[in-house]
Design a protein around this ligand. Structure first.
Ligand SMILES: [Zn+2]
Ligand SMILES: [Zn+2]
Ligand SMILES: [Zn+2]
Length: 331
């Protein structure tokens, strides 16, 4: 596998001929359950207060797309750019129990997972080669779910993924002209208009974005300005409870319409080791604002947004938010 950069859109893709191509191998035994004989290589374990041996843990992805050793060897290939897939690829086991997901686990359990995610991001960012750490979850066959155990995945890369790059550039441009964070301004307007806010929990807000990519798209943001999730996650333990509850409740609402979804955390890039050439690194603490994006996958429309450059959402945010607010959740 190697990384290649599209010279037009400047986005990196990971490509190569995978010998195991042909779909995931069926899981004979879950590699992530605590008593699994096929247990993966453990990176960090979060302690548990209850009966289980741990509450959440990070393990090396059994088939990693990125490898920590080696030199990325970034090089030109005529007009093209390529490099080896150096980085990290981890599986974050959200819960020791095979049936406790982010929507049916306790808030304290989800809080442990969020803390683990924050710790892993901070740790991976200590490596000066790492520019960005992604946390994502794909749930459901159409979403590309890989494991049956409740898990999320984390990749640490030597480049900033395209969508985050767009957000960083847009955030910076907005800040240059208005001296305000665009996400803070969105939050303020949404709270004032109350047209698309799903729910507020402590210092966190769940809302449907004004221009949704898919029906029932939902974002969760801290209402106070904060560029980096990992800083909030570790510095304000009390708030983890609110974020955990809001995440759980929002997923329950989404699941009233579809079980399948993508979830991604967008946090600031590695500003410990800023890039000298990329200007957006300088103002990141002021103009970027971390958030979680949830993109539900609706069966019939599952493919519609994959290849289209203009998203089509047949349910407006204003209708979507009403249905999400009214969806039955367990409390
Ligand atoms: Zn399991
Ligand atoms: Zn902000
Ligand atoms: Zn985002």
């Amino acid at each position: 596998m190697e990384l290649r950069k599209d010279p037009i859109t400047r986005s990196w893709v990971i490509t190569g001929d995978d010998p195991a191509e042909g779909g995931p191998r069926p899981e004979v035994v879950c590699p992530f359950c605590p008593d699994s004989p096929a247990s993966a290589q453990v990176i960090t374990t979060m302690p548990n207060t209850g009966g289980a041996p741990w509450s959440a843990r990070a393990v090396v992805h059994p088939k990693p797309l990125y490898h920590i050793e080696g030199d990325p060897g970034r090089r030109g290939d005529g007009l093209y750019d390529r490099m080896s897939s150096v980085g990290a690829h981890e599986v974050l086991v959200e819960n020791p129990r095979h049936d406790r997901h982010l929507w049916n686990a306790g808030d304290d359990e989800i809080g442990h997972f969020l803390r683990l995610a924050a710790e892993r991001i901070l740790d991976l960012k200590r490596d000066p080669r790492i520019k960005y750490v992604s946390l994502f979850k794909d749930y459901g066959a159409h979403a590309g779910q890989e494991f049956s155990h409740p898990t999320s995945q984390m990749t640490a890369t030597m480049f900033v993924p395209r969508r985050v790059l767009y957000e960083l550039r847009a955030g910076r441009e907005y800040f240059v002209s208005k001296e305000r964070c665009v996400f803070c301004d969105i939050l303020q307007q949404e709270e004032r208009q109350a047209l698309r806010v799903i729910e507020t929990r402590g210092d966190y807000v769940a809302l449907c974005p004004y221009a949704p990519r898919v029906p029932y798209e939902a974002w969760i943001l801290p209402s106070n300005h904060e560029a980096s999730f990992e800083r909030t996650g570790l510095a304000r333990p009390g708030l983890r409870v609110n974020l955990a509850a809001l995440l759980r409740r929002t997923l329950q609402r989404v699941r009233a319409f579809t079980e399948e979804f993508h979830l991604v955390l967008h946090t600031s890039p590695n500003s410990l080791h800023p890039s000298k050439t990329l200007g957006y690194w300088k103002t990141i603490d002021d103009d970027y604002h971390w958030h979680i994006e949830i993109l539900p996958v609706l069966g019939s429309k599952a493919r519609s947004y994959t290849f289209k450059e203009v998203y089509y959402s047949p349910i407006s945010s204003e209708t979507g938010v009403k249905r999400l607010r009214e969806a039955k959740i367990d409390g």
